[in-house]
Design a protein around this ligand. Structure first.
Ligand SMILES: Cc1ncc(COP(=O)(O)O)c(C=O)c1O
Length: 396
């Protein structure tokens, strides 16, 4: 880096010099967080209403997570999967309980993409090849997960991807009925398409796919990476349809801020990995599992999921009445504020100036996904600042 001695480069300049530009260069550098609040390197405070993109279910530096992680890192760090350890077994037990089926079996990994890779491999073990996914879906960036992601712009530079994948319009049941058959290995669907702008299908969509999959012996996979771990006010985001999927994939909120993913198979007929068929070195890292156990225990003992639904009602009511907002969609604390103009990117940029962090998954939608323990006061401040932001962006 050629700089004169008295010219100290900014963090953004340093980022550009050493990091791939796949995320562009972020406008701010965060140095500290507490709950829903974060601070940048100049000391400016923000309300983090994106939560690491639907990841920090208890916010930053939550005492329960700090305590669990500190205790675990002092005791035992990484052991690989050649040895059992309690944090991993206990987390799998908790997940089996939450899924509500004693046949549930967990494979731990590190990310959402990896969880979906595992799901694809489980689908192959059924002996069938064809996978049905939906247009607009997002399942991750690795080659397998990208192959089942229904967003052309993300796929195009990387062809050829896996073949035998069909994309059907999200929410279109007639298309499912037409295309699901005895050659289909797996149908994979998100309960809400978060990356596509928080798109929610009509009630009954998931239940009807469940029935269809049963009729043709097809595996039904729910990608709960974004909707999981209480974010929608339910544990995984499909419960309102009273269904049990054959495969559930998780990441984001699972680790309470630490990198952790999981692929869960449910039911005796669902294929399972045999020794040697799959693996990952960091899967079930004890420290990440300890964080996840602490996060789940906190959510359960404090009944946080009930407050998520109350927060949804409050935010929807107050945000949907703002000038320029068409509707607020989504469930729980995964909400999409739909604007009447294509100014979402401008709004997200202006929001940073006004001390709130949000993002724009597409041109007219702002996504918010704050920590599940966000307070009433923080929501009030957010609404005030969002109103100001929107007005400024509209008049710009
Ligand atoms: C529904 C869904 N699936 C999978 C992924 C990929 O997860 P990761 O980025 O952890 O690989 C995401 C990420 O946004 C997601 O929203």
């Amino acid at each position: 880096m050629k700089k004169s001695l008295n010219q100290i480069p900014t963090t953004q300049e340093r980022w550009k010099e050493v990091l791939q530009q796949n995320y562009g260069t972020p406008s701010i550098t965060l140095v500290k967080g507490k709950g829903v609040e974060v601070w940048d390197e100049s000391g400016k405070k923000y309300l983090d209403f994106l939560g690491g993109i639907a990841t920090n279910i208890l916010g930053h530096a939550h005492p329960a997570i700090v305590k669990a992680v500190s205790a675990q890192v002092r005791e035992l760090s990484h052991v690989s999967n050649l040895y059992a350890h309690l944090p991993g077994v206990e987390l799998a037990e908790r997940l089996q309980d939450l899924v509500g089926d004693p046949t549930a079996r967990v494979f731990f990994c590190n990310s959402g993409a990896e969880a979906n890779e595992a799901a694809i491999k489980i689908a192959r073990l059924s002996g069938r090849k064809n996978i049905i996914s939906t247009t607009g879906s997002f399942h991750g960036r690795t080659m397998g997960a990208l192959s089942i992601t229904g967003q052309e712009a993300k796929r195009a530079p990387f062809y050829p991807l896996l073949s035998d994948v069909k994309f059907l319009p999200y929410g279109d049941l007639a298309a499912m009925i037409k295309h699901v058959n005895r050659k289909t290995a797996m149908v994979i669907v998100e309960p809400i398409q978060g990356e596509n702008g928080v798109v929610t299908p009509q009630t009954g969509y998931l239940a009807a796919i469940r029935e269809l999959c049963d009729d043709y012996g097809v595996l039904f996979a729910i990608d709960a990476v974004q909707t999981g771990m209480g974010r929608t006010g339910q544990w995984f985001g499909y419960e309102q349809e009273n269904i049990q999927p054959d495969i559930i994939t998780l990441a984001k909120g699972l680790g309470g801020g630490l990198p952790l993913g999981a692929m869960i198979t449910v039911g005796k007929k669902t294929p399972a990995f045999k020794p040697g068929e799959h693996g990952t070195t960091f899967g079930a890292n004890p420290i990440a599992c300890a964080a996840a156990n602490a996060a789940i225990d906190y959510l359960v003992t404090k009944n946080v999921l009930a407050s998520v639904t109350k927060a949804e009602i409050y935010l929807k009511k107050n945000l949907s009445s703002l000038p320029g907002v068409v509707e607020v969609r989504g469930r729980g604390l995964l909400l999409g504020i739909v604007l009447d103009e294509q100014i979402a990117e401008k709004v997200a940029t202006q929001a940073v100036k006004n001390g709130i962090l949000v993002n724009s998954p597409n041109k007219n939608v702002i996504r918010i996904a704050p920590a599940l323990n966000v307070t009433a006061l923080q929501m009030q401040i957010f609404i005030r600042q969002f109103k100001k932001t929107l007005k400024e962006a509209q008049n710009d």
